[in-house]
Design a protein around this ligand. Sequence first.
Ligand SMILES: *Cc1c(COP(=O)(O)O)cnc(C)c1O
Length: 395
Amino acid sequence: MNSKEYIDLAEESLMHTYNRYPIVWDRGEGVYLYDLEGKKYLDFAAGIAVFALGYGNQEYNNAVHAQVDKIIHVSNYYYTVPMAEAAEKLVKASGMDKVFFTNSGTESVEGAIKLAKRYYYDKTGSAAGEIIAMDHSFHGRSTGALAVTGTKKYREPFGPLMPGISFAEYNNLDSVKSLVSDRTCAVILEPVQGEGGIYPAKKEFLEGIRKICSEKDIVLIFDEIQCGMGRTGDMFAYQGYGILPDVMTCAKALGCGVPVGAFAARGKFADVFVPGDHGTTYGGNPLATAAVSAVFDIFEKEKVLENVREVSAYLWDTLETLAEKHKDQIADHRGKGLMQGLEFYEPAGKIIVRAQAEGLILISAGTNIVRFVPPLIIKKEHVDEMAEKLERCLE
Ligand SMILES: *Cc1c(COP(=O)(O)O)cnc(C)c1O
């Protein structure tokens, strides 16, 4: 069967929740993807900021293969070696004290929200804790994570969602201050907003929120699902700001393709949950945590953070030049590390489709923003190759 036939087959039986691009992927190699017909594409999307190590990393593949042959799943009634090792590595890398493994980003956000509500309940004896979230935020599609997601059109058809949520303007501390009350149990935000349009937080904004939360004993949750795991040049974006949250969420590149997420907490927030408060059948299973463990090892061995710092500066300069040259089409360039965006005057979809014809994979954020979230192992030559292809799309 060819791509067209597989696409028809898929559309017959899959719910139409995505307007998918007409490409059927066959395999990946380093920073390149190949479709079923053998066409080669440079990948600047990494499966939505997931495949940080590139495709076919031998050490990663070996770790996952070996775990498949040993045991894939046993449930959380027991301990496993990968679970213990991955937890220790994540705690060390994040500056948190305790971690809970989940199966996705959304579930990590759910867990973090429950932790904040539990803390407020223990403290006040009341289940009336409210949460401040941000405009343009994205935290997931379950009814809890959706309730704190800042895009109204995602939320509206699915109400009534979790009550007690208010939205502040991102990077506007006064807007947050005006929403804080005695019932506020948590503030949740992404240090660099992803889906909402690649908006990095200002340092003073995060510092101001950290101060309010510490003074009023409010749980500060940083959603590091997209901006974490080295994407900004620090293991977690908050480390680049020198600010620690009370609870952090993580997923996407955490398992580099094996579906796994986590939320972690520090200090008094690390021991809020007691047995029975929270659980998951798959979360932290040996296959997922063997992948997590390998990812942390490879990040260190291959100096992934150093590479991000070096190549992201080059990507920044390259996109600045491009934005300057095509001022008539490009309104803004922003981002941090290997998480950058170009805002166009027209919908990003047009550029993305043109790029595909040129053999370049890009994704959007918001409607007009083209998002650059390549594998973290890309080199300057790949940035040059990307710029050449993108240039042809703009002409
Ligand atoms: C992708 C994303 C999520 C949701 O993660 P899933 O794995 O799709 O459930 C939550 N928050 C942020 C910041 C994300 O980028």
